[in-house]
Ligand binder design. Structure first.
Ligand code: ADP
Ligand code: MG
Length: 257
């Protein structure tokens, strides 16, 4: 019966709990409540597990392993607030991360995505060129609208490396349609190593570039992560060895965390 009712947690747990209930003389309501609570907790766990699998986040990139000292312009408190999701995702606000390669944009984007999934939100992390390619195929097959609708189930769509979209990819303008479709409805987190001024090759023409940027920034938080490559700095630190000045000597005083 429990199989048919799709209550797998109760199915595995009821013998153990009913035995305990008999021995300790639990009221019937307590046994029923305990079993129902376990089923709900298990359901919640499985849902998060599914959302984690569908999110395609970068493995091992968490907020805990992100060194905020290395990016003094980004406050940990601000990121922790964004990781809760509530307000900005409900209002379909965007988050834009700019900065040169190696500055931690992808790491931070994926880490925020992970925290959001753990808090019950649905997220998709995609390299922008890959997603654009998929949408181009959909357009050719006349299923672009359906493909865009399917992305609606994600509260947050992370487009990593927007500026790597190539000229020929830009020409079909699927990225422009994606931005238009999500505008004021669903959030996007975009990383790019080039600020807006350099985006003309991402969209088919200057008017579209302007319109896309306008929609993206209308309700957005922007982190300018203008720091030296984390990898490069690590390599230099290794070479210098112990007893040298601390690696973030200039950053520490401006960072509140
Ligand atoms: P970007 O996307 O800006 O090019 P990445 O996020 O790919 O940079 O960072 C490059 C590497 O350095 C990754 O392995 C990342 O985990 C690491 N990294 C970058 N910034 C930090 C940081 N502040 N704390 C910890 N690791 C970092
Ligand atoms: Mg990156």
């Amino acid at each position: 019966m429990l199989n048919e009712l799709r209550l797998p947690a109760i199915k595995t747990m009821w013998p153990q709990f009913s035995q305990r209930a008999d021995k300790e003389g639990w009221p019937a309501a307590r046994l029923l409540t305990t079993l129902a609570e376990h089923e709900l907790a298990e359901r919640h766990r499985r849902r998060i597990e599914r959302h984690l699998a569908e999110a395609r986040l970068l493995p091992g990139k968490t907020i805990d392993t992100f060194e905020f000292e290395a990016v003094p312009m980004v406050s940990k408190a601000h990121v922790m607030a964004l990781a809760e999701g509530n307000e900005w995702l409900e209002n379909a606000n965007n988050l834009l991360l700019f900065g040169p390669p190696g500055g931690g944009k992808s790491h931070l984007a994926s880490a925020i995505g992970l925290a959001l999934v753990e808090n019950g939100w649905r997220v998709l992390f995609a390299r922008t060129t890959d997603l654009v390619q998929k949408l181009q195929i959909a357009r050719r097959e006349l299923t672009l609208q359906a493909a865009l609708n399917r992305l609606d189930r994600f509260h947050l769509l992370i487009l990593d490396d927007l500026a790597y979209v190539t000229k020929d990819q830009a020409e079909t303008s699927v990225l422009f349609e994606l931005i238009g479709a999500r505008y004021e409805r669903r959030s996007m987190l975009i990383t790019a190593n080039q600020p807006f001024g350099e985006w003309e090759k991402v969209f088919p023409d200057p008017a579209m570039t302007l319109a896309a940027v306008d929609r993206l920034v209308h309700h957005a938080t922007i982190f300018e992560m203008n720091v030296e490559s984390y990898r490069r700095r690590q390599a230099i630190d290794k070479k210098q060895g112990p007893g040298r000045p601390p690696k973030y000597a200039t950053a520490a005083k401006t960072n509140p965390d």
